[in-house]
Design a protein around this ligand. Structure first.
Ligand code: NAD
Length: 441
């Protein structure tokens, strides 16, 4: 079993660290955020992910996982150091590599024995070469350091399951030594390993994510056309899904993709292409369609209502998808300020995301409107003039069409996730607008 250090305890780093411990490795998770480290030391997960806290507590009891801000001690004698820090989007669309650079510097200052540095973060092609050079330039001790790429494919909301049951592990290495260490680290997972060179591994991550983003934008584009020509996107998607070349996943039309990955990874690949004098037309189209899609329902509602001023607006779902507390690039973050600027009185519900959202939009008077966070969906709907659905949480899907009719002052629903059948909403008497389907009026 290996002595592993993980830099960064976000969705990727913490889940990887905990899963490495789960299969028997000795893991130290490092984060610069002291508050986060203290939370984890107390056995509490700083992020919402099904099953994560249980595995943290189990492996803590077994003495296989530790948390610290002291990177020197953690990196000093590690066999492998996995980097899982953020690579956020910069204003020009490129990936911000400053967190990666800081960790590289910290590694160079700390390692006292031969060590494999593994970049799990999503980084532009060629970054691993630079990280390796950077570490070697700043190394203090005379040790062997090599960098490998091991991009992560987990989806938030099912991160632990995805890690333990990954469809493939991609390892990108430049030597047999590195390939063997990574293969041995992953051996206890019993998962398919695809071994390629570092640059191909880096590209596999972007190519995969951007392909999925493209699939979503394509379906959204077709959905918008369906509305214009009188077709139903759900029937269309069903018909398409029987073709194995297309597959049945990622065919749901909706209010666009969000989260910490698809938006930034599409922009980063587009930027990377431009840097090489190439125009990545397909990915650019995916970005453009998504941008329009995010405020599509707001625009539809705006043209249906004269104003939102003084209207009670129920907002159901704030996170970018169900199963996570992550708000990054969520549809709610785009639409709520538009509604507030119009003077809306928003009653917002989310089973786990309200606390994070209230840090961005504090409760009470906000811009030209107000926002109140409620812990009960019915409270949000009670007396509402209009309702927006931004996230398909199970709790929200469980609200029957009849409840909208009974609770709302005017049963007018804009559903960005197509969670109801048109027929059910029609029968209940709800005016229902969704994506790529005929409205009920
Ligand atoms: P995150 O923002 O949730 O977490 C990053 C963590 O790194 C934070 O806790 C931060 O405090 C810590 N950190 C920053 N500098 C540090 C340092 N010098 N030493 C130790 N810790 C430090 O990020 P994330 O969502 O886990 O994403 C990390 C990377 O993985 C990104 O490149 C992302 O694109 C990629 N990725 C993310 C997902 C996902 O679903 N979130 C999936 C696949 C890949």
């Amino acid at each position: 079993m290996f002595k592993i250090a993980v830099a960064g305890t976000g969705y990727v780093g913490l889940v990887a660290g905990v899963c490495f411990a789960e299969v028997g490795h000795h893991v130290t998770c490092v984060d610069m955020d002291e508050r986060k480290v203290n939370t984890m030391k107390a056995g509490v997960s700083p992020i919402y992910e099904t099953g994560l806290e249980e595995l943290m507590q189990k492996n803590d009891k077994l003495g296989r996982i530790h948390y610290t801000t002291d990177y020197r001690t953690a990196y000093r004698d590690a066999d492998a150091i996995f980097i899982g820090v953020g690579t956020p989007e910069q204003p020009d669309g490129s990936a911000d590599l400053s967190y990666i650079a800081t960790v590289a510097r910290q590694i160079a200052e700390s390692v006292e024995k031969d060590c494999l540095v593994v970049v799990k973060s999503t980084v532009p092609v060629g970054t691993n070469d630079k990280v390796e050079q950077f570490i070697q330039d700043f190394l203090i001790h005379d040790v062997k350091i090599e960098v490998a790429s091991n991009p992560e494919f987990l989806a938030q909301g099912s991160a632990v399951y995805d890690t333990l049951h990954a469809e493939r592990i991609i390892i990108g290495t430049e030597s047999k030594w590195a390939e063997e260490i990574l293969t041995q680290i992953y051996e206890p997972f019993h998962l398919p390993i695809v071994s390629v060179n570092r640059r191909s591994a880096e590209m596999i991550k972007y190519a995969s994510n951007d392909f999925l983003a493209l699939k979503i934008s394509y379906m959204n584009d077709i959905a918008n056309l369906c509305e214009l020509v009188g077709a139903d996107i759900q029937d269309v998607a069903k018909g398409m899904s029987y073709d194995e070349r297309i597959g049945s996943k990622f065919l749901n039309a909706g209010i666009g993709f969000g989260g910490s990955c698809f938006p930034k990874d599409t922009k980063a690949l587009d930027y990377m292409a431009r840097q090489h004098g190439y125009e990545l037309k397909t990915v650019k189209a995916a970005i453009d369609v998504n941008k329009e899609q995010k405020t599509l329902l707001y625009k539809k509602a705006s043209s249906r209502l004269i104003t939102f001023h003084g209207l009670k607006v129920a907002v159901l779902g704030l996170t970018f998808k169900p199963g996570t507390d992550d708000l990054r690039e969520s549809a709610s973050l785009e639409n709520v300020p538009l509604l507030l600027d119009q003077g809306a009185e928003i009653f917002a519900y989310d089973p786990v995301g309200a606390e994070n959202f209230s840090k961005v939009f504090p409760e009470g008077k906000n811009r030209k409107g107000t926002i109140i966070y409620v812990s009960d969906i019915e409270q949000a709907l009670d007396g509402a003039n209009v309702c927006f659905i931004f996230t398909e949480w199970g709790e929200i899907k469980a609200v029957t069409p009849e409840r909208y009719m009974q609770l709302m002052k005017t049963p007018l629903v804009y559903d960005g996730r197509n969670i109801y059948s048109i027929k059910d909403m029609q029968e209940a008497g709800v005016e229902y607008h969704s994506i790529g389907r005929k409205p009920t009026i």
